[in-house]
Design a protein around this ligand. Structure first.
Ligand code: HEM
Ligand code: HEM
Length: 408
């Protein structure tokens, strides 16, 4: 069999690419769905999820590499002409599906790689030695989730296109019995001669626009306008409108801020933030003392691809313990140049633990800027008790904040 295509059949190189890519893409879909439906639970189950997603990503990347090579090959090849140009609608439909399949073969693995690259820390590695992240893609939860929406809508579209394509091939084999299958499978000598020369540029252009339109309309636009995605820096819920002045100083209302956490998962750092929290702060700049009470809505946590697992029963258990509370006295710096410390009790997942949060504070007029960070051990709160070692989730969890507040 010849390597190159002729005007009646595909050569062996095009056939090799067609069938290997077809198998890889079908396998990526099957493993992706399998991974998505695995139960989340103990250590062994999480490891199984990581392994399945690693396989899924690796199959997808292998498809992407082959598709890139296939594209270069195809550009220099003749395309077997239409067998029934008089059935123009059917011919146009088949070609539009081919175009949409081509687009899908590129954008599906690419959107997977983008969602993997933008997810802070990633979580299941691509099993290859060439690095994990695409350059110039920032680690950004909201961006990753947007690529995720595209990826999810995209696989439905791709699966639908494959179904149409296979049904079309079957129709040619079973109803038309016109030898179309011989062009891509079995003996090319059995493939019929096209009855007319390949049609002009206009039908190709129409088919290409239709194929592109499907991807734009069904996956790209819905992903761009999707509103179920948290903003990058979620707005802070404002504390009670009036913060009472207390014995130890004036009330301070938080204008804006961020509350972040960082953990280590399967050896990789993962970072996320709480979108909803509120802080009641009183502070006296003269004595440099005060009080603080922070309430955090656990359900508002986004933590890369593992947000749901982190809020699930094995970890923070948002359903049983929806709020975490930090109640502390603000102590002055021990010496000039040292940070303040908020010393008190942190209650997470129903477990209260003594905690000290060192923070830097700068006050200019009525505006205070503060930032601090503390290191916690999840075992102190009984979080992830069934993950007895650090293989899946590390013990240390860092909590950091940044805020600006205005004197009331
Ligand atoms: C069992 C499944 C499949 C069968 C029976 C099949 C069959 C065929 C046949 C007979 C052709 C030649 C059509 C013609 O000459 O008019 C073809 C072309 C093509 N197939 Fe498939 N196919 C299958 C799966 C897939 C999958 C999964 C993909 C991609 C995700 C795919 C993408 C394509 C593309 C893009 C072309 C056009 C080739 C080109 O322009 O280079 N196929 N297929
Ligand atoms: C041929 C290419 C690919 C296809 C057809 C495909 C298809 C799928 C399917 C069916 C799912 C499960 C359904 C879902 O959770 O919505 C999925 C999930 C996922 N895929 Fe892919 N995928 C491909 C390539 C990739 C690649 C190359 C990567 C990363 C390098 C990747 C990363 C992911 C991730 C992280 C998820 C989980 C998304 C989430 O739950 O938010 N995929 N993909």
């Amino acid at each position: 069999m010849k390597a190159s295509n002729t005007d009646r059949a595909y050569g062996w190189v095009a056939r090799f690419f067609h069938w290997t890519v077809a198998v890889l893409i079908l396998a990526a879909i099957a493993v992706g769905l399998y991974a998505d439906n695995l139960p989340e639970g103990g250590d062994a189950q999480m490891q199984a999820i990581f392994a399945a997603y690693s396989l899924h990503k690796t199959l997808g990347m292998a498809a992407l590499v082959l598709v890139a090579a296939r594209l270069l090959w195809t550009l220099g090849q003749p395309k077997p002409g239409p067998l029934h140009p008089e059935r123009w609608l059917e011919t146009l439909g088949a070609e539009a599906v081919h175009w949409a399949l081509w687009i899908g073969m590129v954008v599906m693995p690419l959107s997977g790689w983008l969602l993997h690259s933008a997810a802070p820390g990633g979580f299941a590695r691509i099993l290859w030695p060439f690095g994990q992240r695409l350059p110039f893609v920032p680690e950004d939860v909201a961006l990753s989730e947007r690529f995720g929406v595209f990826h999810e809508l995209g696989w439905w579209l791709l699966a639908g296109l494959i179904l149409l394509h296979v049904l079309g091939a079957l129709k040619h084999a079973v109803i038309d019995r016109d030898g179309t299958m011989h062009r891509m499978a079995s003996d090319p000598a059995l493939a019929p001669e096209p009855t007319a020369p390949a049609s002009g540029i206009l039908p190709h252009l129409l088919a290409a626009v239709a194929g592109l339109g499907l991807w734009v309309g069904i996956a790209l636009v819905p992903a761009l306008v999707s509103t179920s995605i948290p903003a990058d820096a979620p707005a802070v819920q404002q504390p009670a409108a009036s913060v009472p002045a207390t014995a130890s100083g004036a009330g301070w209302a938080v204008d804006q801020g961020k509350l972040e956490i960082e953990a280590v998962q399967a050896g990789n750092p993962v970072a996320g933030q709480f979108g909803q929290w509120q802080a009641d702060i009183s502070y006296d700049p003269d004595s440099r003392t005060g009080q603080v009470r922070v309430e955090v809505d656990i359900a508002s946590l986004t933590l890369g691809a593992v947000s749901d697992a982190a809020k699930g029963p094995d970890f923070l258990d948002a359903a049983a313990h929806p709020t975490a509370v930090f109640e502390a006295e603000i102590l002055p710096p021990a010496a000039e140049g040292q940070p303040h410390v908020a010393q008190g009790r942190l209650t997470v997942a129903g477990q209260a633990v003594e905690a000290a949060l060192p923070f830097e504070l700068v006050i200019e007029g009525d505006v205070a800027q503060a930032q601090g960070r503390m290191q916690l051990d999840r075992r102190d709160f009984g979080i992830g008790a069934s993950y007895a070692d650090e293989g899946t989730v590390g013990f240390a969890v860092a909590v950091g904040f940044e805020l600006s507040a205005r004197r009331q």
